[in-house]
Ligand binder design. Structure first.
Ligand SMILES: [Zn+2]
Length: 345
């Protein structure tokens, strides 16, 4: 895999307090992994998986085996470098799963102890990142897949007319309770079809941790493109397939509960496949931001392999050094997340 050199702005790193942000997971890693395995089992019992014959982005069917994780085969597209599972569940099956399993939203995002921290230290820098490259006039900002509404909450505070779409009832309730934000329980198509006046008027569309879940990312990007006004653009965050976390998970697939978690991420992007997707949909990337949780992944993996580590001096030293260590990974663009801003062209 090679990374294409490009003339975009390139930003690296974002300090976070991992112990604070991931406390619900860190306090019981083994239990968390077992729950993920149970969810995989739940879906395989209740739903029928369908085959994914070709690449979601370039439609090429040539591919190479990457790794098997919890019974799913991840492959790399020979053309654009996109990584995806050869089997997946339908949108409806995934929606049924999220409706029946409020646990997922609670442990990862909708956790009261971490939500204010997440708003200030995760959502706010992302909103400010998009503002640097997209129009200064505060128009309509549409956030698709809003989760607990942290992006919408920050964008509103900063003067945008922010609208958030979120399908999970648990998350919608939570957003209202903690941030006073009213999210719409609609898909993008439902929202645009019921608000035709907004088409061609959107200034910013954000999709944070969204495209890797959905079965037709190209259709979504094209629909978003058609709804943006001239000068508008998107901010997109996706998991990076060409990352240290991927390499860790390739070597210990039995320990995977995030990133290449097949029920959650049916695909992962490379900078090359993300660029291809955006160009095909009519966008031009203006900035990349690499940051990730690869050192966290390394630690979690060590703990799962050796339970003595979680109460060790090694663990405490790594937690203290985590931001510095992660910055080295981010500068090498081996971090497990890519965020980009792209303008309509
Ligand atoms: Zn491809």
């Amino acid at each position: 895999m090679t990374q294409e050199a490009s003339m975009t702005d390139r930003i690296h790193g974002k300090p976070i307090d991992i112990a604070k942000l991931k406390q619900p997971v860190l306090s019981d890693i083994r239990g968390h992994l077992e729950k993920i395995e149970r969810i995989v089992h739940y879906l395989s019992e209740k739903e029928t998986a369908i085959e994914q014959e070709s690449c979601y982005i370039c439609d090429n069917n040539a591919r190479e085996h990457l790794v098997d994780i919890h019974g799913f085969n991840y492959v790399t597209c020979s053309d654009c470098g996109h990584v995806y599972t050869t089997r997946r569940y339908t949108d409806d099956a995934i929606r049924r799963f999220y409706e029946d399993n409020a646990y997922w939203a609670k442990v990862t995002y909708a956790n009261k102890e971490t939500c204010q921290y997440r708003r200030e230290n995760v959502a706010r820098p992302k909103v400010e990142f998009a503002e640097r490259y997209l129009s200064n006039t505060r128009g309509v900002w549409l956030d698709i897949g809003s989760g607990i509404g942290d992006i919408v909450s920050v964008a509103k505070e900063r003067g945008w007319q922010a609208v958030g779409l979120e399908l999970s009832a648990t998350s919608v309730e939570f957003a209202l309770e903690v941030f006073g934000v009213e999210l719409q329980r609609q898909t993008l198509d439902e929202y645009l079809d019921s608000n035709p006046g907004i088409i061609g008027e959107l200034s910013v569309v954000s999709m944070i941790g969204l495209l890797e879940h959905i079965v037709d990312p190209m259709a979504m990007l094209r629909r978003v493109r058609s709804a943006l006004r001239a000068g508008g653009g998107v901010m997109i965050q996706v998991p990076n397939a060409y990352s240290l976390t991927t390499m860790i998970q390739e070597t210990s697939p039995e320990n995977v509960f995030r990133h290449m978690s097949p029920i959650e991420h049916i695909m992962l992007f490379t900078e090359s496949s993300l660029t291809r997707a955006l160009e095909l949909a009519g966008f031009e990337i203006v900035a990349h931001w690499y940051h990730g949780l690869d050192v966290y992944e390394l630690m979690v993996n060590q703990i799962l392999n050796n339970s003595r580590i979680s109460s060790s001096r090694l663990y405490r030293a790594l937690v203290e050094a985590m931001n510095d260590l992660q910055m080295v990974i981010d500068k090498r663009e081996l971090s497990d997340r890519i965020i980009c801003v792209a303008r309509v062209c």
